[in-house]
Design a protein around this ligand. Structure first.
Ligand code: ADP
Length: 572
């Protein structure tokens, strides 16, 4: 039956008197609390707003076991995914969480109390069984299995929720709808049939053609319903994607489509996930749901094979069609036919007709190199948005990290390199010299130099993330300091995570002989302590992108070799 939520009643736990929420908030202040993880937060949002109807809380053992074994809640209602609250034994004991107790669940971002959980039971799941039954294999190449093994606590706490408030979002507020709100919106627009489209990727022409085709086949409107909670690690961030979706909405026939964001934490569970997605879309008021090729696919397993068949998800949704009461719109892979300049599902392309496709990997390569992305594949506005988030290498930031003894010529080379890069133009150049960052101070207590160097690496990463050319010239006398710098830059600089270690291997004798400030002689006399190479070890790097030596090369030659290194890496 169209427009009915799953289980018949929308479990909108937020639909209650404001005074009740206020009483619950007061009660929560006095209760033991559990601070939610990012995934639990996503799950909680969809429990309290009714997106996971008929769930009213985190699953108790009976429901959990039944879901894992048979895709059904204990009362027999179809539901595909275990929705559980995992907590450590230590936290359970410390907070005296027992069946019958009440605990406040808090938002990890702002500490706000979101709901009170009336604890029904505490149980230890069989994680291997959960992995095998729900995700198809106990294989950590599956992101949800890896999550289960490494990021979940060993106990699950089940019970119903009483909502205090929904998690607050500051991004794209106008595009966020609860199921009740979206249902009201559809009524207002007089939409009788709505085809929902799930996605976790940027949308291009194939997706527009696919959704419009689905809508025309069913004489329906379109709900573009992308996931902005948690998706597959490595996916395009949701800010970029939402800008892409906004750009593509302008390409739909006027009034045909609506964009709404879904704060779901995906599990990439293919067939099970498709059934779950269908239930969620039904709760949000859709009457139809698109399932294409490899829906919510997790990629390859540890044997290099796909976890699921490309159309397993369609089969699973078909299997439960009578209970789902949302009609699946199945699609084969959409592909481009240059001869007629149109998209067609592969199964309807006549034999011998040429088709074109650009894979995700090829698209990423083109974004990286700045190679053209043709009109038949995407729209200018979409490509422009993606290029802003994935700048070509000539626009990416980078970090030249120079290490060497005191007075080995790092500073002079760094300054000369700054001049050379300024002359090139195109990037702002930042110089992080030892003297400016205090690291050079001789006699810094053990441990403090590492901390100081970490702070420098964070600054370097932030600057590189913003597209700057960063020249850092600390002594960085230890392998661990340099490794940590590289890790920080790779982790935080995003597209600017280009890190090059340059070893200034000027010999100690030269550094000491030309030390006009007299630091070496002061250390030799015992007036100062803690100078790498003299009374503290300097570990030469085992692996540097470039090794240079002021006694063998001129400053100009060294600068030129660094510029050539950047050129070889296509950064300039
Ligand atoms: P996910 O299924 O993990 O959310 P996508 O965002 O890539 O991943 O896909 C969203 C939906 O669109 C899925 O049902 C998928 O099968 C379908 N889809 C994506 N690209 C195509 C295509 N070229 N042809 C047909 N269906 C597609």
């Amino acid at each position: 039956m169209a427009f009915q939520p799953h289980g018949g009643v929308l479990k909108d736990l937020l639909a209650r008197d404001a005074s009740i929420a206020s009483q619950l908030k007061d009660e929560a202040a006095a209760l033991h609390e559990v601070v939610l993880t990012e995934r639990q937060l996503c799950d909680l949002e969809l429990i309290v707003n009714g997106g996971f109807s008929p769930l009213e809380g985190f699953m108790n053992q009976k429901d959990y076991t039944s879901i894992v074994e048979s895709l059904r809640l204990a009362d027999g209602t179809l539901f595909a995914m275990p929705i559980t609250l995992d907590v450590s034994r230590e936290e359970i004991d410390r907070k005296r969480i027992t069946p019958g107790s009440r605990i406040a669940l808090r938002d990890p971002r702002d500490d706000a109390p979101l709901a009170i959980l009336a604890v029904e039971d505490i149980y230890k799941p069989d994680r291997v069984k959960e992995a095998v039954n729900v995700f198809g294999a106990d294989d950590p190449a599956h992101p949800a299995v890896a999550y289960l093994r490494h990021s979940t606590h060993e106990w699950y706490v089940g019970g119903k929720l009483q909502a205090i408030q929904a998690p607050v979002h500051f991004d794209y507020v106008a595009l966020r709808f609860t199921p009740s709100e979206l249902r009201t919106h559809f009524r207002k627009l007089a939409w009788r049939k709505v085809v929902a489209f799930q996605t976790r990727n940027p949308m291009h022409r194939a997706h527009r053609e696919l959704t419009i085709r689905a809508a025309r086949q069913r004489q329906a409107n379109v709900l573009i319903h992308p996931v902005v909670g948690l998706t597959k690690p490595g996916d395009v961030d949701h800010y970029t994607r939402v800008r892409v979706y906004e750009a593509i909405m302008a390409k739909y026939p006027h009034g045909m489509a609506q964009l709404a964001l879904l704060p779901l934490a995906m599990r990439m569970a293919g067939p099970r996930e498709a059934v779950w997605h269908a239930i969620i879309r039904k709760n949000f008021g859709a009457t139809h749901f698109i399932v294409g090729r490899d829906h919510a696919g997790p990629g390859k397993n540890s044997q290099g094979k796909d976890f699921y068949g490309p159309y397993d998800a369609q089969e699973a949704v078909t299997q439960y069609r009578d209970e789902l009461e949302i009609e699946m719109v199945p699609f084969q892979m959409m592909t481009y036919l240059p001869s007629t300049d149109e998209y067609q599902p592969v199964d309807s392309v006549p034999k011998g007709v040429e088709t074109l496709d650009i894979s995700g990997t090829e698209l990423r390569r083109r974004l990286k190199t700045g190679a053209p992305i043709p009109d038949w594949f995407s729209y200018d506005a979409v490509v422009k948005t993606l290029r802003e988030s994935y700048p070509p290498r000539t626009k990416q930031g980078f970090v030249i990290y120079m290490t060497g003894l005191h007075n080995c010529g790092k500073d002079i080379i760094a300054r000369a390199l700054q001049v050379a890069l300024n002359q090139q133009g195109g990037r702002s150049v930042s110089l992080l010299l030892g003297e400016g960052i205090q690291e050079q101070r001789i006699g810094m207590p053990a441990g403090q130099r590492e901390k100081c160097m970490q702070a420098v690496s964070f600054v370097a990463a932030e600057l590189a993330r913003a597209g700057a050319a960063v020249i850092a010239a600390p002594m960085a006398p230890k392998e661990s300091i340099r490794a940590s710098a590289q890790q920080i830059v790779l982790k935080y600089a995003g597209a600017g995570g280009n890190f090059f270690l340059v070893h200034m291997a000027t010999p100690l004798e030269y550094c000491e002989k030309n030390d006009r400030a007299g630091v070496y002689s002061a250390v030799r006399k015992g007036e100062l302590k803690g100078l790498p190479g003299v009374d503290e070890e300097y570990e030469p790097p085992s692996k540097a992108a470039l090794t240079v030596d002021l006694t063998k090369q001129s400053i100009a030659e060294i600068v030129n070799s660094i510029v050539l290194l950047l050129e070889t890496n296509a950064l300039i």
